[in-house]
Design a protein around this ligand. Structure first.
Ligand code: BGC
Length: 714
């Protein structure tokens, strides 16, 4: 089906980028696109939201689940895969249903050939269920087939073990395992029913591997179909995950493959009815946009108290930690098309205010400062020292957890956007206002009044992480000023509509007259940046740094980041930037930039940005900026870079997982850039800048509960 199916060929060897690309899931569990029978060197993984376990350096990560999707295959005593090369295969990921299919032909021995087709999906309508089906047809000769399915606890996270086995059992055609994470003591139960008509099923128990075996003799032109129904549960959902998982697996088997296919498809249809984007005139863009919407949809938590990590649920990169990537880059898709999922992700932050308060106090301030990297508990989990990728004997100090402080304002921004779009006063009254006010108090009490009579934020990191230890980063300061003013107006809103809530909240957060006054004073007296010919200086002293070597920076044959070329220290002495910073401010606070100012800043900063190998968060924002200033070619070039990040592995690191922020940025580049959608307290409007080849663009947003169709044609 054109523009709905990602099709790829694999050779015989493990391909980690492909494994990432073919990740499927259902908003609770995910599984990378590895072979069901295992390939040598593969980076197989499956994750469930909120199953965190401790690890060194990065502190915590989601534990790779016991292997539940595997079916090992023997024909005439020969095993497929694992020990030798797997035959080339064709993979199709159908975005309409989240189903991954693989087809291959296996020359078993001189006289025997079999064709294999396997399919798998995680049930979107039942987040604790998944199903795998194998269809094996003997096209030449006769084959003695043996299939081995079950659950296997002998898995790791890139060589780190997370599981101890609690109990396991096999009974008829049901295999069950319960395992516990080693540090956090979370129990996960996984159960599987193996249904293979015409075959004899036997069971086998090895430690941590309750197994079901099916054997059959298949003659020429004959076939065998094996279906594996899987239930997954944890102590986050119930008291007895083993029993729960067993019940789920049995009930999936009772429904059967066809029934599960139908209900999964119907649920996906409901997603696409609202969240699809139609682009006429550009097949690459059409398929890519759907692909990235799909990847975000399968990562957004459906039942867990969780949010989406920087690399979604598709790899080990950033160890599933949640950054500003979620609220600023991924959330708008959900805010505008699946508000109930946006609420869940904002709720994730609200439930972690205690951690944010601890971080604020530890830094000598009051209020709440959300951690740069967040996981299960809500305390800072940003690593402090990591090994240098090119030289692991040496360590690099990671400063972002200490110094990158703009997240508070990013959250306030996301909450306001959510509120404008949904009109969800109840959320604002009970949760949103608390986050906005408490995080504003952090800014007010962390800013330092200096002898010049102005407040400053010194030694920070703005969005552009090539410049650590920056003084008065323009983005951070301007966002804090906006946030502090917002706190005053939100408190006024709360007092007017819900006076009792306002009083209780102020008492609970220690907001007295002096705090309120401090919000106003700091906003008023925050030092303002230098502006030269309309260009806002990114941070103090930025204009004095060595200018960018544009020949090198814009050289399209460059294969490394500017920071990798120069080194961390030397790059910071130049005006090379990793990602939009002043232009990020223009994106988030467009009211501060008239047309002339936007143009001046775009002309200055865009060529100085490492679009190719800086941050993957950059290209979509650069695309929007280019669209807003009317530079259609540049807008499309930046957009193309964003859509190729994972689909073409343009940055060379798709093996770590999907670039979630880039995926969300792709949606925004289409909606906020090309369609020019603007959202405010009084409504929405569009100001289209369609790429030349796009003849029609169609999408939906849900505005205050009402489905609005937006169609832009040439
Ligand atoms: C970017 C950050 C981003 C982080 C996680 C970094 O390389 O500079 O803006 O939050 O990656 O994606």
């Amino acid at each position: 089906m054109p523009n709905w199916v990602i099709q790829r060929e694999s050779g015989g060897l493990a391909d980690h980028n492909l494994e990432t690309l073919l990740t499927i899931g259902n908003g609770h569990i995910s599984v990378r696109g590895t072979a069901i029978e295992q390939t040598q060197g593969e980076l197989a993984a499956s994750f469930m939201h909120n199953i965190w376990d401790d690890m060194p350096v990065q502190r915590t990560e989601l534990a790779n689940l016991p292997r539940w999707w595997g079916i090992d295959i023997w024909a005439n005593g020969h095993r497929l895969g694992i020990h030798g090369a797997t035959p080339p295969a064709t993979w199709s990921l159908d975005l309409r249903t989240g189903t991954l299919t693989r087809r291959l032909t296996w020359q078993v021995d001189q006289g025997t050939t079999v064709e294999i087709e396997d399919e798998r999906f995680c049930c979107l309508d039942n987040p604790q269920g998944a199903v795998v089906r194998l269809n094996l047809r003997v096209t030449r000769g006769q084959a003695r087939i043996r299939l081995r399915a079950g659950v296997d606890a002998h898995v790791d996270n890139t060589a780190l073990k997370h599981w101890s086995v609690n109990q396991q059992s096999t009974d008829d055609n049901l295999a069950c395992l319960e395992a516990t994470t080693l540090s956090t003591r979370l129990d996960v139960g996984i159960a599987t029913v193996f249904d293979v008509p015409g075959a004899t099923i036997t069971t086998c128990q090895a430690d941590g591997q309750p197994t079901l075996l099916a054997s059959a003799i298949v003659g020429e032109s004959g076939s065998i179909t094996a279906t594996k129904y899987i239930g997954l549960s944890s102590t986050n959902e119930c008291d007895n995950p083993l029993e729960d998982a067993g019940k789920i697996a049995v009930s999936l088997a009772a429904t059967g493959w066809d029934g599960l296919v139908a209900s999964n498809q119907a649920e996906w249809q409901r997603v696409w009815d609202v969240s699809d984007i139609e682009i006429d005139g550009d097949d690459e863009a059409q398929l890519a946009v759907r692909y990235y919407i799909f990847q975000l949809m399968i990562a957004a938590p459906r039942i867990a108290d969780a949010s989406i990590g920087a690399k979604t649920l598709s790899g080990f990169g950033y160890r599933h930690h949640v950054f500003w990537d979620t609220e600023i880059f991924m959330l708008p898709l959900f805010t505008c098309t699946r508000p109930e999922l946006a609420t869940r992700m904002l709720d994730y932050r609200w439930r972690r205010l205690a951690g944010a308060r601890r971080k604020a106090v530890a830094g000598g301030a009051r209020g709440a400062r959300f951690p740069w990297e967040s996981a299960g508990v809500g305390d800072e989990v940003c690593p402090v020292w990591v090994e240098k990728p090119a030289d692991p004997a040496n360590l690099i100090r990671i400063w972002t957890g200490d110094l990158e402080m703009h997240l508070n304002a990013d959250l306030a921004h996301a909450i306001m956007q959510y509120w404008y779009v949904t009109g969800d006063d109840e959320f604002m009254r009970t949760q949103g206002a608390e986050i906005i006010l408490d995080t504003a108090t952090y800014f007010a009490t962390a800013a330092v009044l200096e002898a010049d009579g102005f407040y400053h934020f010194r030694d920070v990191i703005g969005p552009d992480e090539y410049h650590e230890h920056a003084d008065d980063n323009a983005f951070t300061n301007a966002m804090a000023v906006w946030h502090l003013k917002l706190a005053s107006s939100m408190l006024a809103w709360l007092r007017q509509g819900f006076p009792a809530d306002a009083e209780t909240l102020c008492r609970r957060l220690g907001i007295d007259d002096a705090t309120e006054q401090l919000w106003v004073t700091v906003a008023d007296k925050m030092v303002r940046p230098i502006v030269r010919d309309g260009v806002i200086e990114q941070q103090q002293g930025f204009f004095e740094l060595t200018d960018v070597d544009l020949g090198l920076a814009r050289d399209q044959t460059r294969t490394r980041s500017m920071q990798a070329i120069y080194g961390i220290g030397p790059t910071a002495k130049t005006q090379n930037i990793k990602q939009p910073d002043v232009l990020m401010l223009a994106f988030m606070r467009p009211e501060l930039f008239d047309d002339k100012t936007l143009r001046a800043n775009y002309d200055y900063y865009d060529p100085r940005t490492d679009h190719e190998y800086g941050s993957s968060l950059g290209p979509s924002i650069s695309s929007i900026m280019a669209a807003w200033v009317g530079d259609a070619d540049a807008a499309y070039a930046h957009f193309a870079r964003a859509i190729r990040a994972d689909l073409h592995d343009a940055r060379g690191n798709a093996n770590d997982g999907i670039h979630g922020a880039s995926a969300g940025g792709v949606w925004q580049a289409v909606v906020f850039g090309f369609a020019g959608l603007r959202i405010g307290p009084d409504g929405w409007s569009t100001q289209p800048h369609l790429p030349a080849q796009w003849t029609r663009l169609r999408f939906h947003i849900i505005w205050r509960g009402e489905l609005c169709e937006i169609v832009i044609t040439r």
